[in-house]
Write a protein that binds this ligand. Structure first.
Ligand code: C2G
Length: 132
């Protein structure tokens, strides 16, 4: 079984998130998502609208996602790849090159980001709507 892993916050889930999850899943037979905890989000200087439990609940309902684990540090990726027998590590290409150290342990693939949508764009657009 070819196992794939990807990491992220996945807040205010949108079609860009679904697209990378779908493409990541299609690279193997099983997709694990390491979901940033609320504590790790503050380390990433990110404030998510949905808390970890609810973001996990949402992700687990997606047909492309087989397993969700917590991401609570920058340094857990090698351990995760080993412990979960991961064959392929996938991230959007805004991270291109950042995780090449994993090439000693698994395939590393950066997929093109979906243009035109992001959690911050959703927040900005809603704010502009409110302000008229
Ligand atoms: N993404 C995408 N297209 C978008 C928005 C996001 O392909 N329009 C991808 C990102 O490239 C990332 C994934 O969706 O691979 C999750 O995005 P975020 O939740 O913003 O994750 P991020 O904050 O980048 O966290 O250790 C890695 C970090 O946890 C990644």
């Amino acid at each position: 079984m070819k196992k794939v892993i990807t990491y992220g916050t996945f807040d205010l889930l949108h079609w860009g998130h679904i697209s990378i999850l779908k493409r990541a899943r299609e690279l193997g037979d099983h997709l694990t998502v390491a979901l940033s905890t609320d504590q790790f989000n503050s380390i990433k200087c990110k404030e998510s609208y949905h808390n970890y439990e609810n973001r996990k609940f949402i992700l687990e309902s997606i047909r492309y996602v087989d397993h969700v684990i917590p991401e609570d540090s920058w340094d857990q990726k090698i351990k995760d790849v080993k412990n979960h027998n991961i064959d392929v590590f996938v991230m959007g290409d805004d991270w291109k090159g950042q995780f090449d150290f994993l090439k000693d342990y698994c395939e590393v693939i950066y997929l093109p980001r979906t243009v035109g949508i992001s959690t911050s764009k959703i927040k900005e657009d809603l704010l502009n709507l409110q302000n008229g």
